[in-house]
Design a protein around this ligand. Sequence first.
Ligand SMILES: *Cc1c(COP(=O)(O)O)cnc(C)c1O
Length: 236
Amino acid sequence: MSVTQNLSEVLNKIRASEKAANREENSVKLLAVSKTKPVSDIIEAYNAGQRLFGENYAKECADKARELSEAGYKDIEWHFIGPIQSNKTRLIAESCSWAESIDRVHIAERLNNQRPDSMPPLNVCLQVNISQEEQKQGIEISQVLDLSNEISKFPRLKLRGLMAIALKTDNRDILLESFRRMNEMFRTLQQKYPDIDTLSLGMTHDMDEAIAAGSTEVRIGTAIFGARDYSKKASA
Ligand SMILES: *Cc1c(COP(=O)(O)O)cnc(C)c1O
C-alpha cells in the first residue's frame, strides 16, 4: 500500500468514527506523524492533501521543516510531539507551529523567550500522563490547572489544549475511561481560557476510542507511513 492509499484509508476511518460517535463531520483533524520517515514520504502525503505533520526529534523536525520550506512546501504546519529537552527548545521555537508535549514551566519559558517575533505565537498543548507507570512524560491530570495558569502568562505562547498517549492496551473500556477523563479536563479548561480547542488523543491502535471520547486531533504514524525502523537512526 502506498502512503496516498494509506492516508485515504485513515481519513475514511476518521470520518466513520466521527459518524459512529455522532460527532460533526471534520471535527477531528489528522496529524500525520512522520518521525524517522524520509522527506519523500512527507511529499507524497502533501500531494495527497495532507498539511499537518508531527515530529518527535527536534533536529530531525527542524531539518525537514527547512528542507521542505526551501523546496516550496511552505504551508505545512509542523507539530512537535516528542519529549522536549532544554537545549532543543530553540529548534522547536524557530521551526514549529505547535508544541504539544509541554510538561514543565521551564521548557515553556524557554520556548516563549526563543519564539521569533516574526512568527505568530507558538501554539502549545500540555502533555498529560494517563498511562500510569508506562511513560515518564507528562503531568498528572491534577496538575493541569496550575500549569495552565503559568503558561497562559507567556505572551509568545498560545495555550490550545491537552495531549496524551494512552496505555498500550487493546482493552476498549480502559482506553475510553482514560480518554473521557481527559475530555472532562479539556472542557474545564475551555471554560477558563478562550483559545482552548484541541484535545490531541489517539494513535494508530486507539484512534476509534479517542474519537468516541471527544478527541479533536488524532496523531497517526504507522497506519500512514508503515512501521518505523529505529535501527538505522540515532535519536534526538
Ligand atoms: C510516534 C507517535 C505517534 C504515532 O504513533 P503510531 O502508533 O505510529 O500511529 C503519536 N503520538 C506520539 C506522541 C508519538 O510519539
